[in-house]
Design a protein. Structure first.
Length: 344
């Protein structure tokens, strides 16, 4: 857990930096939805329109489509540079697979850990859970972070999974795919030179939500894996309690129930988390995505869990997500540091 002195310094920098960023951008409100006549409160101090806007990234990030296209373009460049990824199936449907970008053997770090056969255990593995409001995104368009990790000596595994539209609104089917995909990476790690004892999770947006749910999985009971199969997680701009999302317009396409809300609200099951967690958000994100991250970090700290909380100045939701492909950006640096891989 970050020490209090670092936290105090971070808080002071955050206040100063936020003010500077706001002035430089003409004020953060320049990206926020336009004022309107206030309606009845639905969640905290939000009326229905405000809450809907707070779970609609386009209202706070006008460059959303540009950023999505750019990440997809970078993903194409990754495949052109390193070749097609290995595909590991975790189910019979074509979407039920994981794209693994394998670090070249010459670049793989030496490991003192050994498998039972006496061979080196292999390179660490970064698993990425993409976002897309639970409705969009694919492994192919989410490979933009691969080069950062491969250059640092880690394999990069991107999960494909069915989206909530295809499941008829069922989030439980989505998390089932994510969990089975993670398990498949662990079971097949040796086949691509990976170390099953050094698996780390990253996730952005709704992928950070699903990644949080992976942390509260009973890996021993449900998948026959060690309970600490995930050694650390870096979750960017996610949701960790589904109640406000359920109250928002997202309920138009997600079939929330009390059981789903509780089972998939990571913040309600902190006792199940057994690894260090880093969470981060940008200062130009929606107020709810900032609050969700802040409250989750505070809850983890109060529960005595190892947590690091990062606030990135001047980034909106999509801009901070893209920094996964930058070893010196907030997301990429945090994920590499979680994996104990240096950035020079």
């Amino acid at each position: 857990m970050e020490d209090e002195r670092n936290g105090d310094r971070m808080s002071r920098r955050t206040v100063i930096g936020a003010a500077a960023a706001s002035l430089a951008a003409g004020g953060a409100s320049a990206q926020a939805p336009q004022p309107h006549v206030k309606g009845p409160r639905v969640w905290l101090d939000f009326d229905q329109q405000e809450l809907d806007d707070a779970y609609d990234q386009s209202k706070y990030a006008p460059n959303r489509d540009q950023m999505n296209r750019r990440r997809a373009s970078i993903s194409v460049e990754v495949r052109a540079r390193f070749g097609a990824p290995r595909r590991i199936a975790y189910g019979p449907a074509p979407i039920e697979g994981v794209d693994v970008y394998v670090v070249p053997k010459s670049d793989a770090p030496k490991s003192d850990a050994q498998r039972p056969d006496g061979q080196n255990a292999g390179a660490p593995i970064a698993i990425f859970v993409h976002g897309g409001a639970w409705r969009n995104g694919t492994a192919a368009s989410s490979a933009y972070g691969a080069e950062t990790f491969m250059r640092a000596g880690a394999h990069f595994a991107v999960l494909d999974f069915v989206n909530v539209t295809e499941t008829g609104g069922d989030l439980m089917a989505m998390i089932s795919g994510v969990r089975r995909g993670i398990a498949a990476v662990a079971w097949n790690a040796a086949s691509f030179g990976g170390d099953p004892n050094r698996i780390y999770l990253t996730g952005h947006s709704s992928g950070a939500h699903l990644g949080g749910c992976a942390l509260i999985t009973d890996w021993e009971k449900d998948h026959g894996l060690p309970k600490n199969v995930i050694k650390g997680a870096t979750l960017c701009s996610g949701m960790y309690d589904l109640k406000p999302a359920r109250l928002s317009a997202r309920s138009n396409y997600v079939k929330f129930t009390d059981a789903v809300e509780d089972a998939l609200s990571t913040q309600r099951h902190l006792d199940r988390i057994v690894c260090p967690v880093t969470v981060l958000h940008g200062t130009l994100e929606t107020p709810e995505f900032q609050r969700q991250t802040r409250d989750f970090a505070a809850a983890l700290k109060a529960a005595g869990k190892p947590v690091r909380f990062i606030i990135a100045e001047g980034y909106n939701h999509f801009e901070i997500g893209e920094t996964l492909n930058n070893p010196y950006g907030p997301f990429g640096r945090a994920a590499l540091e979680m994996m104990r891989l240096g950035v020079g």
